[in-house]
Design a binder for this molecule. Structure first.
Ligand SMILES: C[S@@+](CC[C@H](N)C(=O)[O-])C[C@H]1O[C@@H](n2cnc3c(N)ncnc32)[C@H](O)[C@@H]1O
Length: 226
């Protein structure tokens, strides 16, 4: 199956088509250098596009999710989907839908599910990653944990991709934008073009430091000016 054929399929999920296609392109480029990781599999929409990109290179996508839904996907919340409620436990379980998506697309040997909390897996992770896609919990705490626990595993030249970046708080929560800014302000990333709400950064080679203005405290700026 080619990526264009994915466009005609219906997926549960929260990602615009142009964003999904950009994920496909980035994974297609990055996965030749090492495995990719996504945080936030849900029912497999982004994993399908990332996975198709990886498959071109014989690469691997680790797709990580506890599959119990984010805050906004719980009963009574804005993005609750009753079809994902497990009657046996009374809790969300998106893993069966995720597996079905991956199986239907013959991506079982490309997309490796990891069913756990992001911070738990990060603790013992040791494999350098060519791409990290963050689309897990959208609270400030969750986004910060995902960023800080995983960013050191990104190889030089690797992509850090963050979903749901809204310049205007009226359009959406600000936690993804906050970690995007943190990454940029660290000086360790180059900013690439955004696609919709998808922010794309590339980790610079060792020794590279962008001279981002926020890295210079005001008093240092004053000294430099004299
Ligand atoms: C916005 S959805 C992901 C959407 C998906 N990328 C797509 O394209 O459809 C967020 C997912 O992150 C998962 N999640 C939230 N917090 C998490 C955490 N701390 N560790 C692992 N997964 C988490 C939720 O279970 C949920 O499935």
């Amino acid at each position: 199956m080619e990526v264009d054929e994915l466009k005609g399929l219906h997926f549960k999920g929260f990602m615009a088509e142009e964003e999904a296609v950009r994920l496909y392109e980035l994974a297609g480029e990055a996965s030749g250098r090492g495995p990719c990781l996504e945080i936030g599999s849900y029912c497999g929409r982004s994993a399908s596009y990332l996975g198709m990109g990886c498959k071109k290179n014989g690469g691997i996508l680790f797709s990580l999710d506890h599959h119990e839904g984010s805050e906004e996907q719980q009963p009574g919340q804005e993005y609750f989907d009753p079809e994902l409620l497990d009657p046996a436990t009374g809790r969300i379980n998106s893993f069966p839908a995720f597996r079905e998506t991956i199986r239907n697309l013959s991506l079982e040997d490309t997309v490796v599910p990891i069913v756990s909390r992001s911070a738990v897996v990060a603790r013992l992770w040791a494999t350098p990653l060519s791409l990290i896609f963050i689309d897990g919990g959208h609270t400030f705490e969750a986004a910060f944990i995902d960023y800080s626990a995983w960013v050191s595993h990104l190889m030089p030249g690797g992509y850090l991709v963050i979903h749901d970046i809204f310049a205007d708080p009226k359009q959406g929560g600000q936690a993804p934008r906050c970690i995007y800014r943190m990454a940029l302000d660290s000086g360790l990333f180059e900013e690439l073009r955004m696609t919709g709400t998808l922010g794309v950064l590339r980790r610079a080679a060792p020794g590279f430091l962008t001279l981002h203005p926020s890295l210079f405290p005001a008093h240092f700026e004053a000294e430099r000016g004299q």
